[in-house]
Structure formats: structure tokens, C-alpha cells
Design a protein around this ligand. Structure first.
Ligand code: AMP
Length: 299
């Protein structure tokens, strides 16, 4: 039975015993409302670790003032059943005060020490969500300090997050192995996300355009195999054109970048891999639900 732990002190005590017992500890950080995407991370962790901690923390620091923090879906009971079925050992479910102390946010000002990530943030989601990756890095660094895992599991769904966390771990000499896990999709191709719950049936159908546009781009990239290089603008135009066929979709960004440095690429060398990442608002109300997706282009 998965144990629910809410305090840092308790986690530390458990961690101490695990060290004594020479156990390999894995951490799966989440914001809860667990789905099959999270499940795949937990399953991978179970294979590699003796003891798996799933954190379920809706991190206020990574939401901008006009974002969806107040309506983000939460369901502790459902999450607890899910982690239990998945065989996780602990569900770490702290309050914001437990993580950040009292008064860490006052009048829109952040009053806690924040980890500023390296400049990998001034692109893709980082450009569109100022402060987001500062919030992510801060909470992940805190979760690493609290749980001291040997391994930590993150999804390729949040490709920029994965790159930034790997860089942070390297830059700060944190002794944890960051493991990236593939994107889990619904049968029809929609990437699983806790935010999919916001979608009406009509919007849910419209949201398929994210994956479809990426597939169109991939098909084009593969067709170009006989050329040594491909112009990235041609690929971006294919994605743009596909998304614009869907009237409920509004492009936030389309980026074609190096998957490690996140640098924009104008010419693609078919011998290399590239990350094609998109964010799209879906909804009859503009800006209703912002979804992200990505694909690695490779021959
Ligand atoms: P979240 O709860 O949305 O913050 O996600 C927690 C972790 O699960 C992150 O590392 C995400 O990248 C990962 N994740 C979310 N959705 C998926 C998905 N569809 N496939 C794989 N990993 C995912």
C-alpha cells in the first residue's frame, strides 16, 4: 500500500533508513491528476529502483499570474489509488507552505530563494511563460534536496523542461541521474496531459491537430532523405499550415531546435536529430487551453 507523506521531516527520516539499507531511490515529480503518461515514468522508475517516491505537488511558483493555477485539476483520492496500483512506495503530497514556508509569495513578489536556470529559458515555453522554468528548477532542486534520489524521471512531453533539468543537475553537481521517458499518447495520437480535462468533445477533436501537424512535418522530413539538408522554414510552414486548418486552434509557437542546446536551426543536416516543439491554444475562447507537444525529427 502506497503511503502518503506530507512532511519533509518524515521523508527525510524514511530516506535515512533507505540509505542505511543501501536502497536505490527513484523520484517521479508530478503535479498530480495522474494519467498514463505519469504511469510510464513510475513504471520505468520501478524497474530501475528499489524504492519509488512520487511527488504530487501543484507548484505555485511555476504558474504566471494569468495562468491556470486556480483551476488546475486535483484529485488526491484518485492519485493515491493510481500510485498504489502502480506500486509506488510513497506519495509525497506536501502543502505549498511545507515546501516554501510562510509568505513565499506576497503581492506578486517572490520571497524565497529561486534557482535561475541557464539561458535555455529564453526560447520555446520559457519565452511565453516568464518565470515558469525558475519555478520548475526551484521546486525540482528542493525535491532533490528533500528526497535525495539516485534517479529522477521526467517526460519528453516537456522536452524543454527535461533539457533544463539535466543542465541544472550538471551545473550544480547534483548527484542524480535524470532519466527521460517517451511521450505517452491516447490511441488517436493526442499527447496525454492533465490539462486535456479542460477540453470539450469538440475541442478534444480539434486538439488532434497538434500531433497531426507534427506527423505531417515528420513525413516531409523523411521524404527529403535524398537531400543532405532541409530548410527549417519549410518544416515550420508545414506545421503552421496544418494547425491553421483547425479553426479552434491558435499557434503560440512553433520551434525547430537542436535537442540538446535548444538553439534555433535554420538548416537541418539530415545526419542529425532535431526537436520540433509546438504550443497551441485550443478553444472557442481564445487562450482557453494551452497544449504542448513535440517530436524528434530524425532519419
Ligand atoms: P506534470 O504533472 O504535468 O507536471 O508532469 C509530471 C511529469 O510527467 C513530467 O516529467 C512530464 O513531462 C511527464 N509527463 C506528462 N505527460 C506526459 C506524457 N503524455 N508522456 C510522458 N510523460 C509525461
Amino acid at each position: 500500500m502506497t503511503e502518503i507523506i506530507r512532511s519533509i521531516a518524515e521523508i527525510r527520516a524514511i530516506r535515512e533508513n533507505l540509505v542505511k539499507a543501501d536502497k536505490i531511490v527513484g523520484l517521479v515529480p508530478t503535479m498530480g491528476y495522474l494519467h498514463a503518461g505519469h504511469q510510464s515514468l513510475i513504471e520505468t522508475a520501478k524497474k530501475q529502483c528499489d524504492f519509488v517516491i512520487v511527488s504530487d505537488f501543484l507548484n505555485p511558483l511555476q504558474f504566471g499570474p494569468s495562468e491556470d493555477l486556480s483551476k488546475y485539476p486535483r484529485d488526491l483520492e484518485k492519485d493515491l489509488i493510481a500510485v498504489d496500483q502502480m506500486g509506488a512506495d510513497i506519495l509525497f503530497y506536501p502543502s505549498a507552505t511545507e515546501i516554501y514556508g510562510e509568505d513565499f509569495l506576497k503581492g506578486g513578489k517572490i520571497l524565497t530563494t529561486v534557482i535561475p536556470p541557464e539561458n535555455l529559458t529564453n526560447k520555446l515555453c520559457g519565452l511565453k511563460r516568464p518565470g515558469h522554468f525558475e519555478g520548475v528548477c526551484t521546486v525540482v532542486a528542493k525535491l532533490f534536496n528533500i528526497t535525495q534520489p539516485h534517479y529522477a524521471y521526467f517526460g519528453q512531453k516537456d522536452a524543454q523542461q527535461l533539457v533544463i533539468i539535466k543542465k541544472m543537475v550538471k551545473d550544480l553537481n547534483r548527484d542524480v541521474k535524470v532519466v527521460g521517458c517517451p511521450i505517452v499518447r491516447e490511441k488517436d495520437g493526442l499527447a496525454m496531459s492533465s490539462r486535456n480535462i479542460y477540453l470539450t468533445q469538440k475541442e478534444r477533436n480539434a486538439a488532434l491537430i497538434l500531433n497531426q501537424s507534427l506527423q505531417n512535418a515528420r513525413d516531409y522530413y523523411l521524404q527529403e532523405a535524398s537531400n543532405k539538408t532541409v530548410n527549417s522554414q519549410d518544416i515550420i510552414k508545414i506545421v503552421e499550415k496544418s494547425i491553421k486548418t483547425q479553426e479552434l486552434a491558435k499557434i503560440d509557437y512553433i520551434s525547430l531546435v537542436d535537442p540538446f542546446t535548444l538553439e534555433d536551426k535554420t538548416t537541418l543536416d539530415i545526419a542529425h536529430e532535431y526537436l520540433l516543439a509546438i504550443a497551441v491554444f485550443i478553444g472557442e475562447d481564445v487562450h482557453k487551453t494551452r497544449l504542448i507537444d513535440n517530436i524528434i525529427l530524425k532519419h
